[in-house]
Design a protein around this ligand. Structure first.
Ligand code: NAI
Ligand code: MG
Length: 484
């Protein structure tokens, strides 16, 4: 049975709220400056390939200048400042993010390609919530469980990816600043614009110069930053490959490191699960942000008796997803962030077919320009296939089956990653049983991809180490001290 389909009239969000500049400088010591030895690059809208702006990239001398500005600000201003004073700045930043939320959401969607309903309802509110949450901690660090006088580490170098550009900046900056550290942040080369708007917001909040420095650029800028001897701490979110390289480079330097890397999460559906709720959760788990999510539920494990019903219900649901203009308020699936990422998704999806899995996508027309990939489902997947093992980072779901809870645990844990997992069942005891056995930093029960600044997030194994969010997130930026 197919339900009648009503067409949607276009409902585009206006771009007029965004004041795009033709070019952007580096943000160092409280000002936008031209690079000394860096260059320039263009950032585009991945849904149309329109060039949005030219952005300065930082060379080694620029990175050095940023690190020195951060050091001075840490020693002279931000470190000695009482926590209750630091909190005021963080509250102010959070409030300005809320006030300028439409502008941030539209800019994020333009630069990243994600649907406006996600940047508006998820990315931007969560970024504000992160600043609010850590503002609350800034004057209570003595009660956080790290001794009566926990001290900041000093200067943090932070490298973030392109899938949640503003939110990842908030995840990195808010806990570092609350604990009295100063920061040099490198946004990803395909999505620098929301971090640069955040720099304007920091100016608007009168944050003292040098407390946060933003140095856009590609991998070489990131490499120059993480290798800088003036840092006390490096925080990285991105690919496992680069994370491993950074870990090798930092070994023996005494600099602290946290890594948040890839994932291949299992989303496990038991036969007693509420089916329509589970289908919504599966869809949200893998098609949210076009699947470009490190904790995406990319491996669906369904208990054998209900697999046909689940696949059928999923296909019906995928048939109703609207792919297209990310600025349209009714769009569910936006553009893939870059041509490089699209190539990777295409390559891995092709390997799924070559290795014998069955591929299905709903009928949908892809726009002529931009980077697009339809929501895709693979059935008949076995654990040895690449699509069941490698992170695709795209809107591609692999369906596997299991018979017993033990088999589900074994299959779910059969991965070098360990970032997240999902369990769908009516039984509370089964949720606890599974959560205790799944090797994943986050286990969601009867939901997926739910985030809250109070809840720690991070991985095991090749998904990295260290936690972001919650009280645990403070630890990554504090030197514990238990003396009086
Ligand atoms: P990437 O790891 O190259 O990029 C992430 C960030 O690291 C960017 O800011 C980049 O400029 C920077 N970077 C690159 N090389 C660096 C180096 N040598 N030293 C320091 N910083 C460096 O990831 P990429 O190429 O954008 O994506 C490749 C794959 O990585 C994706 O397909 C996905 O599987 C995974 N990925 C995982 C993310 C996560 O949230 N855990 C986020 C982005 C990508
Ligand atoms: Mg872009």
């Amino acid at each position: 049975m197919t339900s009648p389909r009503f067409p949607y009239a276009p409902a585009p969000e206006s771009r007029a709220v965004v004041n795009l500049r033709a070019s952007y400088g580096l943000f160092i010591d409280g000002e936008f400056v031209s690079p000394a030895d860096g260059g320039h690059f263009k950032t585009e809208n991945p849904s149309s390939q329109e060039v949005l702006a030219e952005v300065s990239s930082a060379g080694p001398a620029d990175v050095d200048r940023a690190v020195r500005a951060a050091r001075r600000a840490q020693e002279e201003v931000w470190g000695p400042m009482p926590g209750r004073e630091r909190a005021k700045y963080l509250f102010r930043v959070a409030r300005i993010i809320q006030e300028r939320s439409r502008e941030l959401a539209v800019l994020e969607t333009l630069d990243n390609g994600k649907p406006i309903k996600e940047s508006r309802d998820v990315d931007v509110p969560l970024a504000a919530a992160h600043f609010f949450y850590y503002a609350g901690w800034a004057d209570k660090l003595a009660y956080a469980g790290f001794g009566p006088h926990p001290r900041p580490l000093g200067v943090a170098g932070q490298v973030i990816p392109w899938n949640f550009p503003l939110l990842m900046a908030a995840w990195k900056l808010a806990p570092a600043l609350a604990t009295g550290n100063t920061c040099v942040l490198k946004p990803a080369e395909t999505t620098p614009l929301s971090a640069l708007l955040l720099a304007e917001i920091l100016q608007q909040a009168d944050l003292p110069p040098g407390v946060v420095n933003i140095v856009p650029g590609a991998g070489d800028t990131g490499a120059a930053l993480v290798a800088h001897p003036g840092l006390d701490k490096v925080a990285f979110t991105g690919s496992t490959e680069v994370g491993k390289q950074i870990q090798r480079d930092l070994a023996g330097t005494g600099r602290r490191l946290t890594l948040e890397l890839g994932g291949k999460a299992a989303n496990i559906v038991f036969e007693d699960a509420p089916l329509s709720q589970a289908v919504e959760g599966i869809v949200n788990g893998i098609f949210f942000n076009q699947g470009q999510v490190c904790c995406a539920g990319s491996r669906l494990l369904v208990q054998e008796p209900i697999v046909e019903g689940v696949v059928e219900a999923l296909k019906r649901r995928l048939d109703t997803l609207r792919l297209g203009d990310p600025l349209d308020k009714n769009t569910d699936i936006g553009a893939i962030n870059s041509s490089a990422q699209l190539d990777k998704i295409r390559r891995l999806a092709a390997s799924g077919e070559d290795e014998g899995a069955q591929r299905w996508s709903p009928a949908c027309t892809l726009p002529d320009r931009g980077y697009w990939f339809p929501p895709t489902l693979f059935t008949g997947v076995v654990p040895a296939q690449r699509i069941a093992r490698e992170e695709i980072f795209g809107p591609v779901l692999s369906v596997l089956t299991f018979r017993t809870p033990e088999e589900a645990v074994e299959k779910a844990n059969n991965t070098p990653y360990g970032l997240s997992a999902g369990v769908w069942t009516e039984k509370g005891s089964r949720i606890l049983h599974m959560a205790a056995r799944l090797r994943a930093g986050v286990v969601w029960a009867n939901t997926f991809n739910r985030f809250d600044p109070a809840s720690p997030f991070g991985g095991y194994g090749e998904s990295g180490f260290g936690r972001e969010g919650g009280r645990h997130g403070l630890e990554a930026y504090l030197e514990g001290s238990f003396d009086a």
